[in-house]
Design a protein around this ligand. Structure first.
Ligand SMILES: NC(=O)c1ccc[n+]([C@@H]2O[C@H](COP(=O)([O-])OP(=O)(O)OC[C@H]3O[C@@H](n4cnc5c(N)ncnc54)[C@H](OP(=O)(O)O)[C@@H]3O)[C@@H](O)[C@H]2O)c1
Length: 302
């Protein structure tokens, strides 16, 4: 690993899509790969299996993001080339973080945005950021998931009590966070172009069998592992292995240099939802999210 010339960080690299992506990246001796997970010892074990480094990171905690960045930049590793914002959660009921925020928004969107902003000065251009989104952000794709909300970032962080079933509300929080991922990718692509950092969103397709359903009922988890896996013949259904290979290729392939502001399906640009392309909404989400992060930092005396 000492002969590698660039570092690529994959959040949520302990299972599913992130693990498969990191495994592919770590096969290339030019890459030093860092995977993250909430439990330090488990993350180190998973990293050791694929020749990567494992570090603890809980994206739902601003303090954990800060500690991770401090440790990452202090380590003697090659320049930061890539960041794959892959970690994600989907709950079945309203869940709050220790900071009191709705946990899907805090983890899938705000945690990653805080990570990106904290790492910005540590990238060495040309560099790449990919945010893992989902086709469920787009109502036109008829995924069966509730349509995303268009609320302000503050209302998404501190929402009122659910006005629909707890499960439906939690699923809507998920699709909303995935819309936030695409909006953030488009906004940052424009902002970071002058720094030589590209930013894209990636839709891995439906990948039955990953840990994403860990919060679901026993019956739903069995269905996720068995019935849903049988759907793999459909074009929008993929294995974590196949999508992980696509994601690794997109973050590392030399001929993808300069590609930015795209919503990527498999290895090519595709159309994202109309709401994701709304530039004022992208700007407002970014502005309000940065404000929320500043409030968390102030509360923690950072
Ligand atoms: N599976 C699908 O059908 C599907 C479809 C479209 C998009 N996606 C997206 O693909 C990405 C990967 O999902 P997956 O299906 O591979 O799920 P997964 O197997 O559950 O992997 C999720 C990863 O996120 C990490 N994680 C969970 N909570 C975290 C937190 N608070 N802070 C930091 N890391 C956390 C987990 O690590 P630890 O548990 O070790 O902390 C794990 O490595 C997600 O962004 C998801 O939205 C999935």
């Amino acid at each position: 690993m000492t002969s590698s010339d660039r570092m690529i960080v994959v959040t949520g690299g302990t299972s599913g899509l992130g693990y498969e992506c990191a495994k592919d990246l770590a096969r290339d001796p030019r890459n030093t790969v860092v995977i993250t997970g909430r439990d330090a010892s488990r993350t180190r074990d998973m990293a050791a299996r694929i020749g990567a480094h494992g570090m603890a990171l809980d994206l739902s905690s601003r303090a954990s993001v800060g500690a991770f960045v401090t440790e990452l930049v202090a380590a003697d590793r090659p320049p930061l080339f890539g960041l794959v914002c892959n970690a994600g959660v989907q709950f079945t009921r309203r869940t709050l973080t220790a900071d009191g925020m709705e946990a899907t928004f805090a983890t899938n969107h705000l945690g990653h945005l805080g990570l990106i902003t904290d790492l910005l000065d540590h990238f060495t251009a040309p560099a790449r950021i990919i945010l893992v989104s989902s086709g469920t952000h787009d109502p036109d794709q008829f995924t069966g998931m509730p349509h995303p909300l268009d609320d302000t970032a503050r209302d998404l962080a501190y929402p009122p009590s659910p006005s629909e079933s707890a499960q439906r509300d939690a699923r809507r929080r998920y699709t909303t966070s995935k819309l936030a991922n695409v909006r953030t990718a488009y906004y940052l692509a424009r902002e970071l172009a002058p720094r030589g950092i590209t930013v894209n969103a990636f839709d891995p397709g439906l990948m039955p069998g990953t840990g994403l359903a860990r919060d679901a009922s026993a019956f739903q988890r069995i269905a996720w592992r068995t019935i849903a896996r049988a759907l793999v013949v459909l074009p929008s259904v993929r294995t974590p292995r196949a999508s992980g290979a696509d994601l690794a290729w997109l973050v590392a392939a030399p001929d993808r240099e300069g590609m930015t502001g795209q919503y990527l399906v498999r290895r090519a640009p595709a159309r994202s939802s109309a709401a994701s392309c709304d530039e004022p909404a992208q700007q407002a989400l970014y502005r309000d999210s940065v404000e929320l992060l500043a409030e968390l930092d102030a509360r923690a005396g950072r």
